[in-house]
Structure formats: C-alpha cells, structure tokens
Design a protein around this ligand. Structure first.
Ligand SMILES: CC(C)(COP(=O)(O)OP(=O)(O)OC[C@H]1O[C@@H](n2cnc3c(N)ncnc32)[C@H](O)[C@@H]1OP(=O)(O)O)[C@@H](O)C(=O)NCCC(=O)NCCS
Length: 171
C-alpha cells in the first residue's frame, strides 16, 4: 500500500523526454483497448506532440508522478481546452498511473495536487469506452468539487466523450 503523502508531481525537464516517451508507450498500449491505436513500423506507438511540452513551456506542462523515489506515472497538462475552446482553460490531456500503483490513491492524490497548483477552469475529457477512466474521473472530480462539476457528453468518432468541467479556484 502506498502512503498518498509520498506521492509527488515533478515538472519534467527536457532530459526526462526519454522517460516520458517510455511511459507514453505503456499508456498507449493500455488505451489501445479503448482506441484503435496502431504501432508504427518501429514497434512503438509514438507521441508526436511530446517535444511541444518543452518548446511551448507557457502552455504545456509535463509531469512525472513519483511514489516516494519510484516512478508511478505521468500527467500531461495543457493550457487551452479543446472542450471549451477557451485558450486559458486547463486540460488534463493525458494521465497515467502504472498498474503496480493503481487503486492506492496515487491518481487521486496527483490530480488534487495538479488542480491546486493551477487554480483555473479545468476540463477533463474521457472516452465513453474507457470504463475504468470514467469511474476514476467521476469519483475524484466529484470528491474534489463536492459535486459541483458540470458533466456533458460530446459526440465523437468512433466514440463519444464525457467532459467534466469545473473551476479549481472555487473549491
Ligand atoms: C484511471 C487511472 C489513472 C486511475 O489511477 P489510480 O491511481 O488507480 O486511481 P486511485 O487509486 O486514485 O482511485 C481513486 C478512486 O477512483 C475510482 N477508480 C479508480 N480506478 C478504478 C477502476 N479501475 N474501476 C472502478 N473505479 C476506479 C475508485 O473509486 C477509486 O477509489 P477506491 O480505490 O477507494 O475505490 C489508472 O487506472 C490508469 O492510469 N488507467 C490507464 C490510463 C487511463 O485510462 N487514463 C485516463 C485517461 S482519460
């Protein structure tokens, strides 16, 4: 069991790009259950936008999640929400906890740290097919906002998106 007080988020430096690229592979493989993600000919999923997280530091924030000294996952946060269309709203773009650390409160602790760090209007988009993701976000957003988040469903192809919107400044 992880003591959630040992969970920390660390802004990733350009030197961590390889670590994040590796974690993104694990994440993409997990999500290939939900999305039809295909491997490239090099046997990797790849993540084209990763380098932007260091070339656009005013609007993209890459985080490593640590449980004590161990890597436990990552979060990619973007200022500018595709859901609201507002360039100042924050978007939880990608979020991943390693299987070894799941259901120990690592995800919950991490998102609370991030929402407190960026006191702003947030949106979280989850594919309707990602059942465990939906249950996680509904639970932690409900808890963080005391049930004050707005929840909508947006059409998407091949599946719809659930969008949670809330302001972490007011919680
Ligand atoms: C979704 C994910 C981030 C959850 O991380 P986690 O560290 O395991 O979550 P927590 O332990 O903080 O869970 C908090 C609460 O969320 C809910 N929850 C989390 N995972 C759940 C699951 N698989 N099924 C049902 N409820 C779940 C539970 O209510 C849980 O509290 P409990 O364990 O006391 O019942 C992790 O499973 C993951 O990385 N999944 C693959 C990537 C992904 O789907 N990312 C989100 C993309 S939108």
């Amino acid at each position: 069991m992880i003591d959630s007080r040992e969970v920390a988020v660390e802004l990733a430096s350009p030197g961590d790009a390889g670590v994040l690229a590796n974690l993104l592979e694990l994440y993409s493989h997990d999500l290939s259950d939900v999305f039809a993600l295909e491997l490239g000919t090099d046997g990797r999923f790849g993540y084209e936008k990763l380098s932007l997280y260091w070339s656009e530091p005013e609007r993209r924030f890459p985080f490593l999640i640590r449980a004590g000294t161990r890597l436990a996952g990552f979060a990619l946060v973007t200022r500018g929400s595709p859901a609201s269309g507002d360039g100042d709203d924050f978007d939880m773009t990608e979020f991943f906890v390693l299987r070894r650390y799941r259901r120990s409160g690592v995800g919950r602790r991490t998102v609370f740290l991030l929402w407190n760090r960026f006191a702003a209007q947030w949106s979280v988009r989850v594919a309707e097919g990602n059942q465990s993701g939906l249950r996680f976000w509904a639970r932690v957003i409900g808890e963080y906002t005391g049930g004050a988040a707005e929840e909508t469903t947006r059409p998407g192809s091949p599946q719809a998106w659930r969008v949670f919107s809330f302001n972490s400044e007011r919680t």
